[in-house]
Design a protein around this ligand. Structure first.
Ligand code: NZQ
Ligand code: ZN
Length: 389
């Protein structure tokens, strides 16, 4: 295990009816003028926004609204939010939604207290030193943004989807009521499960020895898969909703990566797909992750072998290493198919993707190599896109 610092300062308020505590919690964290950020229409339709605004008003907290944030969020809405927050003298940003809404809120929080273009922080031209406080009411377990210091935004000019990671952006609190996730379309629940699983992959597939961390990471991965399949049968199963919601947080708050060199190649390879073709991030990962596993297992089989046995449940009896790995990857694909997702990029986007464009953009955003479990050249990434076709 490598030396590490683990910092996860977010207060998690978990369970039924917890959204009713939004006003008092914002107040406790010092918010008196709130920018309330949310997505398309789901939170309005369910009555959640009314509950939230009632809760803010009952605490005497003023608010201004920025709504209509779309999946794979873009910089134009961030600039709009920064201008609004500055004009209205906002002291706190409240995100009600999933990764797209939370990431927009975080980017606004950065830009609202800086004289620099917020994009400078995303493309590495500047280091963030301050941000407005952000709070979250989570409506979809997937991106883990409620517990991470990450924000992922697409710049419309050039369609560059870049992420930033800084402890400054870790939310002050996250209100997590599993019942709020029961209105999710099945596709979003399924993509959420794929995404959280992949957040553990990025940390689990590592060359750093970490017996304890690997053990609990495997337990969380097995639980995500079992609970996702249960939810496919009954989306109103509270215990399954609760487990998968908390798993999404544990997958990305850093716990599964402590003391380990993390990889993140799969995410970077996928981000190009969701930027260029506007596909749901989890659906893109269902295509890229098995392709990445097939590619890297040829060069570094150890952790893929362990994953196949301990997570995918392959019985190693009378099988050699290659057979165990092949079976493990096939079982992972079968799991994605059972969720109703495709593992083919061509099927996902409805045409053959432009691999040259994907690789060119990847290189422009990330440089000539990426990943650590097996460091990948751009030719390797091209192979992975081909394997995902
Ligand atoms: O906009 P509305 O109408 O709310 O619909 C949303 C949206 O269409 C819907 N939804 C959310 N909660 C719902 C609901 N529908 C019904 N009932 C509910 N309770 O779900 C759709 C997807 O929402 P989105 O916020 O896009 O989902 P997700 O949480 O998967 O976020 C994806 C974004 O997060 C980024 C991804 O790249 C993508 O842009 N990521 C952010 C990370 C981070 N900040 O740490 C890490 C991840 O790896 C990821 O890259
Ligand atoms: Zn992700």
């Amino acid at each position: 295990m490598d030396n590490f610092t683990f910092y996860s300062p977010t207060e998690f308020i978990f369970g039924k009816d917890t959204q009713k505590k939004t006003g008092e919690t914002v107040k406790r964290f010092g918010g008196n003028k709130v920018l309330l950020v949310y997505g398309g229409s789901s939170a309005e339709k369910s009555g959640l926004i009314k509950e939230i605004t009632d809760s803010l008003m009952s605490e005497g907290i003023e608010y201004t609204i920025l709504k209509g944030i779309q999946p794979n969020p873009t910089d134009d809405r961030v600039y709009e939010g920064i201008a609004q927050a500055t004009r209205e003298g906002v002291t706190f940003i409240l995100a009600v939604g999933g990764g797209s809404v939370i990431d927009t809120a975080k980017a606004i929080a950065l830009g609202a207290v800086s004289t620099r273009d917020f994009w400078d922080f995303f493309c590495g031209k500047a280091t963030p030193v301050a941000a407005l406080p952000v709070g979250v009411v989570l409506t979809i377990p997937a991106a883990g943004s409620e517990a991470s210091g990450n924000s992922v935004i697409t710049k419309l000019a050039g369609m560059h989807k870049l992420s930033i990671r800084t402890n400054i952006l870790r939310p002050r609190f996250a209100i997590m009521n599993p019942e709020l996730t029961m209105t999710l379309p099945w596709f979003q629940t399924a993509c959420g499960a794929v995404d959280m699983l992949c957040h553990i992959f990025e940390r689990y597939f590592s060359n750093t020895p970490a017996q304890l961390v690997n053990g609990y990471s495997e337990a969380i991965m097995r639980d995500i898969m079992a609970r996702a399949l249960e939810l496919k049968v009954n989306g109103n199963d509270y215990e399954a909703r609760a487990d998968i919601m908390w798993a999404g947080t544990l997958a990305h708050n850093g716990l599964c990566g402590v003391g380990k060199e993390e990889d993140w190649a799969t995410h970077r390879i996928e981000h190009e797909v969701s930027a260029l073709y506007n596909v749901t991030h989890g659906a893109g990962l269902a295509c890229i992750a098995p392709a990445w596993l097939s590619f890297v297992s040829k060069k570094n089989p150890d952790m893929v072998w362990r994953f196949s046995i301990n997570v995918m449940g392959v019985d190693p009896e009378r099988l050699d290493t290659d057979q165990i790995i092949d079976k493990g990857i096939q079982l992972l694909k079968d799991f994605y198919h059972d969720l109703g997702l495709t593992t083919s990029l061509t099927e996902l986007i409805g045409k053959t993707p432009d691999i040259d464009a994907l690789v060119e953009s990847l290189e422009g955003n990330m440089g000539k190599t990426l990943g650590f479990y097996v460091p990948l050249s751009m030719d390797d990434c091209r192979e992975i896109y081909k394997l995902a076709l």
